[in-house]
Design a protein around this ligand. Structure first.
Ligand SMILES: *Cc1c(COP(=O)(O)O)cnc(C)c1O
Length: 400
């Protein structure tokens, strides 16, 4: 798991303001001072200055996909990430289409719930909390059901932090002549999703994840032929990707009120992303964050839910210690008092918590996180963070 350190911490990161804790969460996350500062003025949404900002944003995001053949376009959409997932599913899946949803956590299940809400056919492969959907299972499911037209995969399933094998899934999807849609919300910008390496029709992400902006909009990056075909297909007025795309191309404007300050902050975040070395640089810093933090937590006796192979550099799930004195709420408060907001677990079977590796944090901050965890345990009278045998037995299922 040794990280490439070429770009990592190539520039000093901003500390949060006095008394403001670090957010060790999957977004909203700790942002740079200059990103927050970029919001200290107002823009008219119709004005040429803001239109130029929107065009710049689209161009910069598209560049991150390696689309050298000009086959894709970027369509920003107001709202949180889930709005974009819903917009993508409603716009690219025909009314008589059918989606295979690949789930291994809360976000995959949310995609299935979205299909239910928009009234389109779907079928679900639910792998539980921490096993990845594999290419051969996808092939088998597609072979068994010729009605399936599309597959949606979650790139990094943020509920466990698992990095799903999207390249393998993509191969299976296209070998069966179907189309792939990707929720890359918590991965895009730090984990490559190059259109020349991994085939897909559309992907979504949002402002407040690995690009390190503030929350308020998401974006769809889709093949232009799919954008054309999406005309008149959406179940929704405001979540119609084709309508937003066509309007933006015609007028340079968002269809309805854009989150102007969020866009300004995001442009600054994109400039910082580029200065850090783009996707490779961002990914290297997060990987080092994870490696330093996981190594330190393991020394305290904590164990990760996932094997190293599936650990993403985005967020890591740890089992709660089995020690009788351990209580998550108290641990949370003690960590917060030391300047670190951690994240509760989102698993169904075992008690866990999560620590994010993304945002304006580097390996030095992660060392302080581990120190804070050690101190918090000692204040609780917990001498080892080892999980229960039951939790370990659960994890043994991962041997597959
Ligand atoms: C954050 C996230 C979303 C979107 O969540 P919102 O709360 O709507 O922003 C969707 N999928 C994944 C994998 C995510 O990490």
């Amino acid at each position: 798991m040794l990280a490439e350190t070429k770009f990592a911490a190539s520039r000093p990161l901003d500390e949060p303001a006095m008394g403001e804790p670090y957010l060790l969460t999957p977004g909203p996350l700790t942002t740079a001072y200059s990103v927050k500062q970029a919001m200290l003025r107002d823009w008219g949404s119709w004005d040429g200055d803001f239109r130029a900002m929107t065009a710049d944003l689209r161009r910069r995001l598209l560049a991150l996909t390696g689309d050298s053949r000009d086959e894709f376009d970027c369509v920003p959409m107001q709202g949180s990430g889930s709005f974009c997932v819903e917009a993508m599913l409603g716009s690219f899946v025909p009314k008589d289409g059918k989606v295979l949803v690949l789930a291994n956590g809360a976000y995959g299940l949310r995609a299935a719930q979205t299909m239910q809400c928009i009234g389109r056919a779907y079928t679900l492969i639910d792998k539980g909390d921490y096993l990845p959907p594999r290419g051969d299972e996808v092939s088998a499911a597609l072979e068994a059901d010729p009605a399936i037209t599309h597959v949606i995969a979650i790139h990094c399933e943020t509920s466990s932090g698992i990095l799903n094998p999207v390249a393998e899934i993509s191969e299976a999807v296209y070998a069966s002549g179907r189309k792939l849609l990707i929720d890359s919300m918590s991965a895009f910008g730090a984990i490559p999703l190059d259109v020349n390496e991994i085939r897909y029709e559309a992907m979504v992400s949002s402002a407040n994840k690995c690009i390190e902006g503030v929350p308020g909009f998401g974006f769809v990056i889709a093949r232009k032929s799919e954008l054309e075909a999406a005309k008149g297909r959406s179940h929704s007025l405001s979540l119609d990707v084709h309508a937003q795309w066509a309007h933006m191309n015609r007028t340079g404007q968002w269809r309805y009120t854009p989150p102007t300050h969020v866009v300004a902050a995001f442009l600054e975040a994109l400039r910082q992303h580029e200065a850090e070395g783009g996707v490779a640089g961002r990914g290297a810093r997060y990987t080092l964050n994870r490696d330093v933090m996981v190594a330190g937590m393991r020394e305290l006796g904590f164990e990760t839910l996932l094997k190293d192979r599936w650990l993403s550099p985005i967020i890591v799930t740890f089992f709660n210690p089995a020690h009788a004195n351990f209580a998550f709420d108290r641990f949370y408060d003690l960590m917060k008092a030391k300047g670190f907001i951690i994240y509760p677990g989102k698993l169904t079977m075992v008690d866990s918590f999560r620590v994010g590796c993304i945002g304006q944090m580097d390996e030095h901050v992660m060392r302080r996180v581990v120190e804070a965890a050690a101190q918090s345990l000692s204040e609780m009278g917990v001498d080892t963070a080892a999980p229960s045998p039951a939790a370990i037995a659960e994890r043994a299922k991962l041997a597959a």
